[in-house]
Design a protein around this ligand. Structure first.
Ligand SMILES: [Zn+2]
Ligand SMILES: [Zn+2]
Length: 365
């Protein structure tokens, strides 16, 4: 069928909206009419070829919400007309998936970065040419997208679809890092390095968890202001103040939990250096493959932990509805981060995000 999609034709190139042909759904697939798609740094990392993905031309987009248009013969989870959020795909049969950690799937690349379905068949063409798609088994910078039954999550219909789009990656990643991986107890202290979409979601989750010291660190004053409005008890502008000393002072010896949401070795080091004994540092920031960091080994041996966290270690089908419930109760106002753009302003949305003017651009399809 004919679709309208944003295609990247060269490394770091612009997004070009054009007509493509999308395959019909296989037996286990779901065709979704996309209502809204968030732009995430991973889309831009893919555009810039930082990720192990096939070369362009490609269609990205992996934070979408929409309405089920058609389902394959064996799909029972959703039916046409259902509202859904699209999340990451996974195999469902490896040891990670079988132990309830699907976003740490051992076959993650095959299911999300293969440029085609996991079996290698392409879903997107232009004339005779194959366009790489199935990004996170969706490629949702398009008005129609093909997902797998596994990575569509049915959501309630009383919440506007367009605000739900970022739940499938950025918000799930930040909130899940706190609620699923670090799980601080009420009264705990946490320092969050980088309060973009992921870090700000972590701030909101820290409030939900009952943390009483929530320190947001960034260099963007607007983000720090929003972090304060959304529940951070302290903010540190790292361009003006040494965050390590400031956090040690605020907490009287260290933050029990820290979270690196930037993807920068120097900041990761700071996030580890603020831990007291029994402190845990989570890492969600994405870096180019092969990036190394130097840490104080003696400090870590003295009862500190460092943990890499993928996708907030969520089970999306269970976690996303929980976040929607919290939002409905007014306890998780993640929509405050969103700025909406029409689909044909995708390049402006990307630029505004890269320049720090907006936190979470969401395209309306
Ligand atoms: Zn798996
Ligand atoms: Zn993402």
């Amino acid at each position: 069928m004919e679709i309208k999609a944003a295609v990247v034709h060269e490394k770091s190139g612009k997004f070009v909206i054009e007509q493509l042909e999308l395959s019909d759904p296989n037996d286990d697939e779901v065709l979704v009419r996309i209502a809204a798609a968030g732009i995430c740094h991973t889309d831009l990392a893919a555009r810039d070829m930082y990720l192990p993905i096939p070369p362009p031309p490609s269609v990205f987009g992996h934070e979408a919400a929409g309405v089920v248009e058609r389902v394959g013969a064996r799909v029972t989870k959703v039916k046409p007309g259902d509202h859904v959020v699209l999340a990451w795909d996974y195999c469902g049969t490896c040891s990670s998936c079988r132990s309830g950690r699907p976003l740490s799937c051992l076959d993650f690349f095959l299911h999300n970065f293969h440029g085609s379905r996991p079996d290698g068949t392409p879903t997107l063409h232009k004339g005779g040419e194959v366009i790489h798609g199935s990004f996170f088994y969706q490629s949702s910078f398009a008005d129609l997208a093909l997902a797998n039954e596994r990575n569509v999550i049915k959501v309630p219909e009383d919440i506007p679809l367009e605000i739900l789009a970022p739940l499938g990656c950025g918000v799930m990643t930040g909130a899940g890092a706190v609620m699923n991986s670090l799980h601080p107890r009420p009264g705990a202290s946490i320092a969050i390095f980088g309060v973009g979409n992921v870090g700000m979601s972590a701030v909101l989750a820290a409030v939900v968890c009952g943390c009483t010291t929530i320190i947001a660190v960034d260099v963007n004053p607007n983000r720090l202001k929003m972090a304060k409005e959304l529940g951070a008890t302290h903010t540190i502008n790292a361009a003006e103040t040494d965050p390590v000393q400031a956090i040690l002072d605020i907490t009287g010896g260290g933050a029990q939990f820290s979270l690196e949401c930037v993807g920068n070795p120097k900041i990761f080091r700071q996030a580890v250096d603020v831990l007291p004994r029994l402190g845990v540092c989570g890492l969600t920031g994405v870096v180019p493959p092969g990036t190394e960091v130097s840490l104080n080994m003696d400090l870590i041996m003295n009862a500190r932990a460092v943990m890499g966290i993928l996708g907030g270690d969520a089970i999306p089908e269970l976690f996303i509805p929980k976040l929607i419930d919290l939002h409905r109760q007014g306890r998780f106002p993640f929509d405050r981060m969103i700025a909406f753009y029409p689909f044909d302003e995708i390049n402006k949305a990307v630029k505004d995000m890269e320049q720090g003017r907006v936190m979470k651009p969401v395209l309306r399809l």
